[in-house]
Design a protein around this ligand. Structure first.
Ligand code: SF4
Ligand code: SF4
Length: 331
């Protein structure tokens, strides 16, 4: 039986000079479900083709109402699993675009080659979705090791298709790529590389080898959640990794944390401060201590019911070095 290591780090909240508070909510990140065509080794959602959890029609209808009711939501950010595979994807996209919001789809790219999903690139372009696509390295071996054999070649083909449609080339069709590090195999940890420098390397390699264009590269730190956490526990690196992240705490990242202005919603309609808290079942709490749901937000008529963001030791992953978020480095 795997022995669970007890983390020996300073509680994250004690590292902060003031409590971590919410700003006005402008981003609604919806995790549509755990269904995915891939089973990546680092996945914090533990998504896979075998998972069946996804949005219900009832919660989908509540989310569409929320999108219509709150002009303060500027960005609807769709994630999963593969968000495109889970119930509610297209209706939510269309509601958000009709109400003038920007929509981000966090796409694994390979989904476009699965039966029934071939129309996705055209659909994205038609609705001018911002595509944030995982490509954890520009080299084939590293990608296939993390995501499965053949994923790199499919990802390249998918990006080329997006480029043909104007993604990464036309100003209104944005394609950003996401780098995340390999899982550590020893306690010689390193910080996530410099985003600007790595973006140059990606751009040069992908252009020379595949004539690929993209907008920005986002570098993301692996937080010890989900499969990354299991890997670290299995290799007895969980506590050393947390300590490493704590040692590299950068207070300048705190005001830019993505949890400051977003609500994260799960497939059941529960509200969290971010997707990592969602996976750890650390539900957001209102200022009166209540757990929140989409139904509750609609009933009260406000998105701004949370004062203090709930934190845990994995928050050190967002604040180490240059910081990390769904939009890449923070400082
Ligand atoms: S990391 Fe993304 S693509 Fe990979 S299994 Fe998880 S949700 Fe699917
Ligand atoms: S994991 Fe990151 S985004 Fe989530 S609450 Fe902690 S600091 Fe904020």
């Amino acid at each position: 039986m795997t022995q669970i290591e007890v983390p020996i780090v300073t509680p994250f909240i004690k590292k902060l000079s003031t409590p971590l508070t919410k700003n006005k909510i402008t981003v609604l990140q919806i995790n549509l479900g755990k269904r995915c065509n891939l089973t990546c080794s680092h996945c914090h959602v533990e998504a896979s083709p075998k998972r069946t959890e996804e949005l219900s029609s009832e919660v989908c209808a509540q989310l569409i109402e929320l999108i219509h009711c709150f002009p303060q939501i500027k960005i609807v950010d769709l994630t999963g699993g593969a968000p495109e595979m889970n119930y509610g994807f297209k209706p939510i996209v269309e509601a958000a675009r009709e109400t003038g919001k920007d929509v981000i789809v966090r796409s694994n790219l390979t989904i476009y080659f699965e039966p029934g999903f071939e129309d996705l690139p055209d659909y994205f372009a038609k609705h001018q979705l911002k595509v944030v696509a995982s490509l954890p390295c520009y080299l084939e071996d590293n990608v296939d090791q993390m995501r499965g054999k053949g994923v790199y070649n499919d990802s390249v083909r998918a990006i080329q298709r997006l480029n043909q449609l104007g993604y990464g080339r036309n100003a209104d069709l944005i394609l950003d790529l996401v780098y995340n590090p390999q899982l550590p195999l020893s306690n010689k940890f390193s910080l996530t590389p410099n985003q600007v420098k790595l973006e140059q390397d990606y751009r040069k390699f992908l252009k020379e080898h595949f004539a690929i264009d993209f907008n920005q590269l986002f570098t993301i730190t692996n937080l010890p959640v989900g499969r990354t956490k299991f890997h670290l526990q299995r290799t007895k690196l969980y506590s050393p990794y947390l300590k490493f992240l704590e040692e590299n705490f950068n207070a300048n990242t705190v005001e830019h944390l993505m949890c400051r202005n977003e609500l994260s919603i799960d497939y059941l309609g529960n509200v969290y401060d971010c997707d990592f808290n969602q996976m750890e079942n650390l539900g957001a709490k209102s200022r009166t201590g209540e757990r929140l749901t989409v139904a509750k937000l609609l009933e009260v008529g406000s998105l701004d019911l949370i004062d203090e963001i709930r934190t845990a030791s994995y928050c050190y992953g967002c604040t180490a070095g240059c910081g990390s978020s769904c939009g890449g480095a923070l400082v």
